[in-house]
Ligand binder design. Structure first.
Ligand SMILES: [Zn+2]
Ligand SMILES: [Zn+2]
Length: 291
């Protein structure tokens, strides 16, 4: 059983349609794929139709932008009711923050001497509801300002760089409670990616578990073997589910091929069980896992 629980489509900053992500997952030999676009459930319907056609498993989810002690934390929400009012409210604020942020980032980049317009970025965004820095990065790549998205982030778009603008994000603990109340299961994406190991230490993860955190994404390209060993030990101690995933973005992110990291079937079962418990307790109408 090959289970990859974290991928992106054009419903956020991936390069393929939701259906094509599922087709690529099937072609890559996966048995189950999780579609987790940023702050959006927009791809779920199309992905589910294709998953049923192909007979591959699909777990609808989303990757929500949250913050804790001033640091960004990505929270994977599996199987929440996307119409749950508190979730809708927060996602609306997050998406509005993304849109307002675009003008500010483009303005700062122009001030720093980069020839870029909002329209150029919007052309890159296409039908995605979640405008993000990767779209700006792609414009910079297209113009030859940088070689790839990584360089765009390192030199222009990360915190402290000329194009960086802060934006609205829900507190991580508050969002875990919202996801649980929406009948979903919350898992922290790449907890120690981009140097955030000090933010999400064992004590903090224990506090988040106490407000409903279900798991941590241990096997992710942002973590080296040492991080993975340490995180796995912490997850075991705290009783958190251990997941693994590619964080696939189509051609938008190199070295994140489908199935490059996977989730163990026993851990997947625990995740689905916990989501089912939250769904029952919440009384919400949650999306189905396609099997
Ligand atoms: Zn992420
Ligand atoms: Zn992601």
């Amino acid at each position: 059983m090959l289970i990859d629980l974290h991928t992106h489509s054009r419903a956020s900053d991936g390069t393929q349609s939701p259906g094509d992500v599922v087709r690529s997952a099937e072609a890559a030999g996966l048995d189950v794929v999780g579609l987790t676009d940023h702050d959006s459930a927009a791809g779920w319907g199309e992905a589910a139709v294709v998953a049923r056609e192909l007979g591959i498993g699909l777990v609808p989810g989303m990757e929500i932008s949250t913050k804790l002690y001033g640091s960004g934390v990505h929270l994977l929400a599996y199987l929440p009711d996307p119409t749950y009012p508190a979730l809708v409210d927060e996602l609306t604020k997050i998406l509005a923050g993304r849109t307002g942020r675009l003008a500010a980032m483009v303005g700062q980049l122009r001030d720093a001497g980069v020839d870029i317009t909002e329209d150029e970025v919007l052309a890159q965004v296409g039908d995605s509801p979640a405008i993000g820095r990767p779209h700006i990065a792609d414009v910079l790549v297209g113009k030859g300002v940088v070689a790839d998205r990584t360089q765009a982030f390192d030199e222009w778009l990360s915190w402290g760089r000329p194009g960086y603008v802060t934006r609205y994000a829900t507190r991580t603990d508050a969002m875990i409670e919202i996801v649980s109340a929406a009948g979903g299961a919350a898992v922290i994406a790449h907890p120690w990616g981009r140097g955030s190991r000090h933010v999400l230490d064992k004590d903090t993860l224990a506090e988040l578990r106490d407000v409903g955190l279900v798991g941590v994404e241990v096997d992710h390209q942002d973590h080296d073997d040492h991080d993975r060993d340490d995180l796995r030990r912490i997850a075991d101690d705290l009783g958190l589910v251990v997941t693994g995933a590619s964080d696939y973005h189509g051609t938008g992110k190199v070295d994140h091929d489908l199935g490059c990291n996977v989730t163990a079937p026993s851990e997947f079962d625990r995740l689905i069980e916990q989501a089912a418990e939250n769904a029952a307790a919440s009384g919400r109408s949650v999306p189905e896992v396609v099997r």
